[in-house]
Design a protein around this ligand. Sequence first.
Ligand SMILES: NC(=O)c1ccc[n+]([C@@H]2O[C@H](COP(=O)([O-])OP(=O)(O)OC[C@H]3O[C@@H](n4cnc5c(N)ncnc54)[C@H](O)[C@@H]3O)[C@@H](O)[C@H]2O)c1
Length: 316
Amino acid sequence: MKVLANDGIATSGIIALENAGFEVDLSTVAQEQLIDYINKNKIAVILVRSATKVRKDIIDACPTLKIIGRGGVGMDNIDVEYARGKGLHVINTPAASSHSVAELVFAHLFGMVRFLHDSNRHMPLEGDSKFKDLKKAYAKGVELKGKTLGVFGFGRIGQATAKIALGIGMKVIAYDPYIERANLELEFFDGQTVFFKIDTISRNEVLKQSDFITLHVPAQDKYVISDKEFEMMKDGASIVNAARGGVIDEVALVKALESGKISNAALDVFENEPSPEIQLLMNPNISLTPHIGAATSEAQLRIGSELADQIIEILG
Ligand SMILES: NC(=O)c1ccc[n+]([C@@H]2O[C@H](COP(=O)([O-])OP(=O)(O)OC[C@H]3O[C@@H](n4cnc5c(N)ncnc54)[C@H](O)[C@@H]3O)[C@@H](O)[C@H]2O)c1
C-alpha cells in the first residue's frame, strides 16, 4: 500500500512503514496536481504537515484514500469531519511536539529578559564601534526565577511549559475553562519524579498577576488577547504566542508595546503567515521565530513514529 508523505516525514516513520510493507512516496506534489497524482498512484494514505491542504475536493475525488494523517497538532488544513463522514480515518500526533514548543517558549523568555533578540540584531552592526553603549542598553536584565508565569490554555503544551517554569523556580498560574486542576509529573534525568498540583484560576487573575504570559490555546474564532486584556496586565509584563496566529490581536499588541504597557513580546505564529506584518518584524521589542515550535529532530522523530504506528494499526 502506498503512503504519500507530501510535506515530508522523519526517517523513523519511513523505516517503520517500510518494515511493515508500506511503500513511502516522498514526492512534494503541488496542491492542484494532488487529485491526479493520488488517483494515478493509488495512494492509500496521505500525510501532511501544515502546507498541504486536504479539503472536500480531494476527499470526494480520491476513492483510494483511506487515511489522512497530520504530523503535528492543529488540523485546520484538513476537512476532518467531512473526511470522517465519508469513512476515512483522520489521524494526528497531538503529544509529539509539546516539549519542543515548551522549550521554544523558554528560548524566547530567557532571551527577552536579557535582550538577546535585540542584542543579536545590533552586535553584528555596532558591537565593535558602540560596545559600551550596547552594554548599557542591555544592562537592565531580570531573572525568570521568582517571577510569575501565567499560562493561558493548560493542555499538553501549557502543562509542558509549566513544568519547565517550575524547574527554574517560577511561580505558575494558569487559566483554562475546561481544566480545573492538573497534576504535573516532573521527570528528572536519573528517574526521580516530583508531582506538582496546579489549580487553574480565573482569566482575569492570570492577566493581572502574571509577569509573563504564554498562550497555549487552540485556534479561536476571536482574539484571546486584545486591547482589554493588555489593559488588565501588569505594567511591563511580557507575552509569548507560540499557539496560533489570531490568538493575539497584533494591532493591539503593537499598541501595547509602543505605549510601554507591556515591555516585550515573542511570536512564533502570526495572523498573516507566511507574510507577517512588517510592524511586527521591525519591532525591537519582539522576539521572533518563523513558526518553528515543533521543528526539532526529537519532535519530528516522535511524529514520524506515531504516524507510522497508527497507520500500521489501522491498515496493517
Ligand atoms: N508553534 C508551533 O509550532 C506549535 C506546535 C504545536 C502546537 N501548536 C499550537 O499550540 C496550541 C496548544 O496545543 P496543545 O497540544 O497544548 O493543545 P491542547 O488541546 O492539549 O490544549 C489546549 C488547551 O486550551 C484550552 N482552551 C481552549 N480555549 C481556551 C481559551 N479561550 N482560554 C484558555 N484556554 C482555552 C483547552 O481546554 C485545552 O486544555 C494549539 O493552538 C496548537 O495548534 C503550535
